[in-house]
Ligand binder design. Structure first.
Ligand code: IMP
Ligand code: MG
Length: 204
């Protein structure tokens, strides 16, 4: 298996998350939005994002699962494993997601949340795989455009591993990783791999 390509370094991610935090703080000045975070992938992003928002934000969690087994696309058939603790009626809600791929999961979620009549409802996603989109999604706060490759790190997993990688790498041979789940373990110790030049871009 060729060395996995680092798409977004720790430094790039931290700088972009700080931008998003500032943008949210500016747009919601004087308010106290609820950050509805999708378990489990988005918790790493949330942890950095909400410390970059200098407003009295609140946090709640939701867990959604597809009926299918794997982590990639949901096929749009989803169910709520854990619902929010609080009522979001009349609240300003920002959904925090790790990655929007086909858009099926977030579309289901947004319809569910909208029915609870929040004052406002927006999406903040770290990664946006636009080329894979099946359902259109309006992403108000977007970290990076993500190429059409399977990625792990910074909350994103392959079979529950690598969420604790502080950077994001592309895994082009998923079969090799399934055969040997610890294949990328050396990366956890060596974080400063070269950032691939053809990696993702920051939207302007
Ligand atoms: P969607 O319904 O296709 O938009 O799926 C979004 C979900 O699929 C994300 O929350 C992730 O859990 C998962 N996913 C999509 N692409 C990737 C990837 O490249 N790596 C890891 N998980 C992914
Ligand atoms: Mg997920």
């Amino acid at each position: 298996m060729p060395a996995p390509a680092v798409l977004f370094s720790e430094e790039q991610i931290q700088s972009r998350v700080a931008d998003l935090g500032r943008a949210i703080a500016r747009d919601y000045a004087g308010r106290s939005p609820v950050l509805v975070t999708m378990l489990k992938g988005a918790v790493v992003f949330l942890a950095d994002l909400f410390r970059a928002i200098d407003l009295p934000v609140r946090v709640d969690f939701m867990s959604i699962s597809s009926y299918g087994s794997d982590s990639e696309a949901s096929g749009g058939v989803v169910r709520i494993l854990k619902d929010l603790d609080q009522d979001i009626g009349r609240e300003d809600v920002i959904v925090v997601e790790d990655i929007i791929d086909t858009g099926l999961t977030i579309s289901y979620l947004l319809a569910t949340l909208r029915a609870r009549q929040p004052a406002s409802l927006e999406v903040c996603a770290l990664l946006d795989k636009t080329v894979r989109r099946i359902l259109p999604v309006e992403i108000k706060y977007r970290g990076f455009e993500c190429p059409d490759r399977f990625v792990v790190g910074y909350g994103l997993d392959h079979g529950e591993r690598y969420r604790n990688l502080p950077l994001i790498v592309a895994v082009d041979d998923q079969t090799a990783l399934t055969d040997d789940p610890d294949l990328l373990a050396p990366l956890l110790a060596a974080r400063d791999a070269e950032v691939e030049k053809t990696g993702g871009r920051t939207p302007s």
